[in-house]
Ligand binder design. Structure first.
Ligand SMILES: NC(=O)c1ccc[n+]([C@@H]2O[C@H](COP(=O)([O-])OP(=O)(O)OC[C@H]3O[C@@H](n4cnc5c(N)ncnc54)[C@H](OP(=O)(O)O)[C@@H]3O)[C@@H](O)[C@H]2O)c1
Length: 356
């Protein structure tokens, strides 16, 4: 007998925790029967988080050799790691760089005929077809079992291009796009990897600079578009949001009012008149689900500037994990309800902001 729709999340970090929480809270509207989650390390400091997720209705999963350690913490795993993958309808991998690819080799490939689909997050380039909701929905087919949810800054750059330069899904008016990703050092939930001062990233890709533009290029390539994009990146010593400076040259003319109107008309874009990341971040903390802004970008309206009648320059903030959460749930619903997923996803509408 089928156990119904089971969504299994691997990892309970910055992205895994709010994802599990959102799946539990919207379980009924999303048509999910059970949410399970794999916790890697049994440690005391994570106990309240695990209890919180279990109280929301999610079932704990642990590796066989760690079950006793969890029990000693007073936490009872319901399933073993591989068993949880095997019985899932959809598996969402939210582990650090490289682990998703390893998990694919070790486990996911083994169960690909049983499980409807597998997702991995930003750092897992090569895991599967790239996806960002609202950008390349048409490119995802029922044959795609492995989906790579692109990174937060890739979402942001992709939606800037989509809003200003893409007509329908297949016509591009982009002449050239340049992007500077000004990244926060680490998330407020993380204690590692803070930087004491600005730290520059190397341009690893000879044509596109950092992975952000490269990923956007590949994301749009799933639609048959090959864009002229370049990105640079640096980390700064803050924990509040990434910011992006952009310079988008179009093949057509555009005015400042038209550019602003395009941002206002895109429901995945939030706009703000705030100039400080603190204020935007704290709006999300106060009004968002789990403190997250699920929009793909927050455009700073006073920064929007048009040069030479065809070049839009400005700043925006990246909702660093919110946009990936939205795409992860959208892709999950596509696996569970390939014909009616848009209906199910309507319940997330109220979690998107028009203005921050
Ligand atoms: N953070 C963001 O804002 C953000 C935004 C977009 C995309 N992403 C992407 O999301 C993914 C996860 O990032 P994150 O920031 O959420 O990472 P994170 O906060 O460091 O969390 C990683 C999680 O993976 C678990 N884990 C570690 N090693 C594992 C293993 N070998 N097997 C299974 N689980 C393991 C950890 O468990 P324990 O703690 O129990 O050891 C932890 O729960 C990355 O691909 C990242 O690029 C992150």
């Amino acid at each position: 007998m089928s156990d119904g729709n089971i969504v299994h999340v691997v990892g309970t970090g910055t992205i895994g925790e709010p994802l599990i929480g959102l799946l539990c809270d919207a379980r009924e509207e999303l048509g999910i029967d059970e949410v399970t989650f794999y916790k890697h390390t049994p440690n005391l400091i994570d106990r309240p988080k695990i209890k919180g997720l279990m109280n929301r209705g999610a079932n704990l999963v642990a590796a066989n050799d760690k079950i006793k350690d969890f029990q000693e913490l007073g936490l009872e795993p319901m399933y073993e790691a591989e068993e949880a993958i095997k019985r899932a309808s959809v598996v969402i991998d939210c582990t650090p760089k490289g682990t998703g690819l390893l998990n694919k080799e070790r486990y996911y490939n083994k169960y690909k005929n049983k499980v409807k689909g597998f997702l991995a997050q930003g750092s897992e380039f090569g895991f599967g077809k790239m996806y960002a909701v609202g950008i390349n929905d048409e490119a995802i087919t029922k044959k795609d079992k492995f989906i790579h949810i692109v990174s937060c800054n890739t979402h942001n750059i992709a939606v800037l291009i989509k809003t200003l330069a893409i007509e329908g899904s297949k016509t591009s008016h982009l002449k050239e796009g340049k992007f500077l990703c000004i990244r926060r050092a680490n998330d407020i939930s993380q204690v590692k990897s803070f930087v004491p001062s600005p730290e520059i990233s190397k341009h690893g890709d000879p044509d596109m600079g950092t992975h952000h533009a490269r990923d956007v290029y590949h994301l749009y390539k799933t639609l048959g578009l090959e864009l002229n994009v370049f990105s640079s990146a640096l980390k700064i010593n803050t924990q509040y949001m990434h910011s992006i400076w952009f310079d988008i040259k179009l093949t057509n003319k555009i005015t400042q009012d038209e550019a602003i109107q395009r941002f206002l008309d895109n429901p995945k874009v939030a706009v703000t008149n705030k100039l400080s990341a603190n204020l935007v971040f704290s709006y999300g903390r106060d009004h968002g689900h789990y403190g997250r802004i699920l929009n793909q970008t927050v455009i700073v309206l006073p920064s929007i500037h048009v040069l030479n009648e065809n070049e839009v320059i400005g700043f925006c903030f990246t909702p660093q994990d919110g946009n990936s959460l939205l795409s992860s749930i959208s892709a999950t619903e596509r696996f569970l309800y390939p014909d009616t997923y848009k209906e199910q996803l309507k319940c997330l509408g109220p979690l998107l902001f028009q203005e921050v």
